[in-house]
Design a protein around this ligand. Structure first.
Ligand code: XMP
Length: 328
């Protein structure tokens, strides 16, 4: 059993590479002691927390870790490819890649209610993960990217901690939680010291239901592709303009209505693309990041010419409250 389950009151905040190295060394021996020669299973989304957990376990127990990456079709452009490249190709991880795109999108077809969409995505994820887990022999441990704020929030009754991921009753694993006592900034520091790429370690928050909540109403493949392509352009332009890592969260939304436009002398009837860029410290209240006119003009030009189905770009100037960050 991993002995450190509670953050010691006198624990020094991990703010330097040296402190991160020290933490990594201590976790490697703790993980080796906990896991022994048994196998560990991890749902690897490519987000900061699960990526750092994977990198720590790979260092500690190598291919005794089995990572499962579920592509639910709602990830950002290039994300599944990066997970495979970083973990399978560069770190020699035992990585199972599950292409569940059709399965998720078929289940979501025609579903308009936001909470119903979230429920379907959450349940389907557990089902796919459990199916993969059942195919494996000798798994004794389940690794999770639980972090210290998750524990504090679940203790305070703010949010139910996603403990053991809601796996079926008969699937009992001992938990391995190597970043459990860390704050988010410490997880990032440890990730950097483990050699994970910056765009993984300093990634902006991304909701579990992914691009699904940025394609309001019933998700269709063409509109989802418009969200993914416009999001990729926005991220590319933010990186080029020094805004990556400075603006807290930025993304595009493609709502389910059309308006008239004109392209190459012909009438179009296409969707608008909404840009949202916000800053916050606690996500309870957010302010809008005001972009330069030049950048907005450039984004409008790129998105309307490069993304099929978009003939208009809008900028969301609304803080939270009254709006939430996401559209549903
Ligand atoms: P809202 O829209 O509630 O978003 O103002 C606040 C923060 O939470 C993220 N968010 C989610 N994250 N699952 C998640 O893991 C969700 O269903 C979800 N909904 C919103 C959102 O991206 C923002 O950072």
């Amino acid at each position: 059993m991993n002995p450190i389950l509670v953050r010691p009151a006198d624990m020094v905040r991990i703010t330097t590479p040296a402190l991160a190295e020290k933490y990594i060394e201590s976790q490697i021996s703790a993980l080796r002691e906990q896991v022994g020669d048994k196998k560990v299973l991890l749902a690897l989304s490519g987000g900061v927390d699960s990526s750092v957990v994977a990198a720590l376990l790979i260092k500690a127990v190598g291919r005794q870790l089995v990572c499962v990456h579920v592509n639910h079709g709602l990830l950002r452009k290039g994300e599944p490819e990066q997970v495979i490249k970083v973990f399978r190709d560069e770190m020699n991880a035992d990585l199972i890649y599950v292409d569940a795109v059709d399965r998720f999108l078929d289940k979501l077809a025609g579903v308009t209610d936001p909470e119903q969409k979230r429920k379907i995505i959450g349940k389907e994820f557990i089902d796919v993960f459990a199916e993969e887990a059942r195919k494996l022999d000798d798994i004794q441990f389940l690794a999770q990217g639980t972090i210290w704020p998750d524990i504090l929030e679940s203790e305070a009754g703010i949010k139910a901690h996603h403990n053991a991921g809601g796996l079926p009753e008969d699937m009992k694993f001992e938990l391995v939680e190597p970043v459990r006592i860390l704050f988010k900034d410490e997880v990032r520091m440890v990730g950097k010291a483990l050699g994970l790429p910056d765009n993984m370690v300093f990634r902006q928050p991304f909701p579990g239901p992914g691009l699904g909540v940025r394609c309001p109403g019933a998700i269709t493949r063409d509109r989802l592709e418009a969200v993914r392509a416009s999001d990729a352009i926005l991220r590319e332009e933010f990186a080029k303009n020094g805004l990556e890592g400075k603006v807290w969260q930025y993304f595009t939304v493609v709502p389910d209505f059309k308006s008239t436009g004109i392209k190459n002398g012909k009438r179009t009837f296409d969707w608008p693309c909404i840009i949202r860029a916000i800053n916050t410290t606690d996500v309870m209240e957010v302010t809008v990041e005001h972009l330069s006119n030049e950048l907005i003009d450039h984004l409008v030009k790129r998105i309307t010419t490069e993304v099929p189905g978009i003939n208009r770009v809008l900028f969301d100037y609304t803080p939270k409250p009254p709006a939430t960050v996401e559209y549903e």
